[in-house]
Design a protein around this ligand. Structure first.
Ligand code: ZN
Length: 171
């Protein structure tokens, strides 16, 4: 893999050395990660972090982690070039907002399910106060009875969550 960047000819430097206009040594730290055919990767990383910082960061890492480090630096650098103010934090916070929004929608849907179960239950038990004593219900319907009663409590919490989610979403 390391050799692939060099196979085009020993004279062709890696993308980093080409941009920095220096000789690409045999042990060039950039060469395995910045092949000559992908010049944009190093260009944005160099623009945002600076070549010597990238060099330092790579030197400090064991070789098996350098590929991942380069990927994340390239990602961060590209995000920073696209969005000079927020960089990849912009992407993170917009995804976070989507999560909040979807969580509040989920909470509302869950509350609706609980509400519908309650209505279903009250229509089964006649809607009156007759169904309130657990002694005179069969074991199977007792099971369905405990479900909504338990969820009544969680429904309040769910609705609270939904309200919090909603207010977060609206600001
Ligand atoms: Zn090089």
């Amino acid at each position: 893999m390391k050799e692939s960047g060099r196979k085009q000819g020993a004279a062709s430097p890696c993308a980093a050395c080409k941009l920095l206009r220096r000789r690409c040594a045999q042990d060039c730290v950039f060469a395995p990660y910045f092949p000559a055919d992908e010049p944009h990767k190093f260009a944005s990383v160099h623009k945002v972090f600076g070549a010597s910082n990238v060099n330092k960061m790579l030197q400090e890492l064991p070789e098996h982690q350098r590929g991942d480090a380069v990927s994340s630096m390239v990602y961060e650098a590209n995000a920073r070039v696209r969005d000079p103010v927020y960089g990849c934090v912009g992407a993170i916070s917009s995804l976070q907002q989507q999560i909040d929004h979807l969580q509040s929608q989920l909470a509302i849907a869950q509350a609706e399910v609980v509400h519908m179960r309650m209505r279903q239950f009250s229509s089964i038990s006649g809607g009156g106060t007759a169904g309130n004593s657990p002694e005179n219900v069969s074991p199977s319907s007792r099971h369905t009875q405990t479900q909504p009663t338990m969820s009544l409590f969680t429904m309040d919490m769910v609705v609270d969550q939904a309200n919090i989610g909603e207010s977060l979403w609206s600001c």
